[in-house]
Design a binder for this molecule. Structure first.
Ligand code: DLZ
Length: 203
């Protein structure tokens, strides 16, 4: 059987993320997959030189909330996080990276206002028995495109639209069979650095 031609080819250029500030906005539905994708994105951001202090991780309930969250994060709106929301979180921890929900007792968390060079929107949609999936996939993908075109800040489309649990797991490198798959979060981290780098030059 011939090898697949699918997938992104490696860039010839090693993009330097040292000057970049990147937000990761992630949904909490299907969290084991989300966690692996976010970890993959963070690993590649750091490998590309993005400083931990310049990575901000923000969670939202579901994928439907991603476009507004990305839009407001880009606008530099101050994020309010209530402690009861924090209690629901299992506590993502990525070293020294700013996770705006981490302070368990904080009623309000204020983010610094420096602009983001790129935002990675991470969600995992898995088809159920109703039309929910189709509506959310469609509206979220269009809205994320609109946010990036309206703001000029690259939004990396880290939303998996999977028909089965296994499809989602394999795209996070968590496949249950022999083939563990590939963690697409890593690609999204690299894409954020590449696009953030370009957009700075294109200003
Ligand atoms: C309601 C819903 C459903 C059915 N499925 C998913 C999903 O697979 N992935 C996801 O990220 N979110 C899902 N949601 C939640 C919606 O995105 C949204 O959070 C709620 O409808 C509240 O607006």
């Amino acid at each position: 059987m011939s090898a697949t031609i699918k997938g992104i080819s490696k860039s010839d250029v090693q993009y330097d993320g040292v000057a970049l500030r990147v937000a990761i906005v992630h949904a909490r539905w299907n969290k084991p997959v989300i966690d692996a994708l976010v970890a993959g994105a963070v690993a590649k951001l750091k490998e590309s030189g993005v400083k931990e202090s310049n990575i901000v991780v923000q969670s939202v309930p579901g994928s439907f909330e991603l476009p507004l969250a990305c839009s407001r994060m880009i606008a530099g709106a101050h994020v309010q996080t209530s402690s009861n929301v924090t209690d629901l979180l299992s506590g993502l921890s990525f070293g020294g990276i700013s996770n705006v929900e981490t302070p368990a007792t904080a009623a309000t968390v204020t983010m610094p206002n420096e602009p983001f060079d790129a935002v990675i929107a991470v969600g995992v949609l898995i088809k159920g028995s109703t039309m929910h999936f189709e509506y959310i996939c469609d509206s979220v993908s269009h809205a994320l495109m609109k946010v990036q075109l309206d703001t000029g800040v690259p939004i990396i489309f880290g939303v998996l639209t999977a028909l089965t649990d296994d499809q989602a797991l394999e795209r996070a490198g968590l496949g249950r069979g022999e083939n563990k798959g590939h963690n697409h979060g890593e690609d999204w981290g690299l894409a954020a650095v590449e696009m953030g780098f370009h957009v700075r030059r294109w200003r």
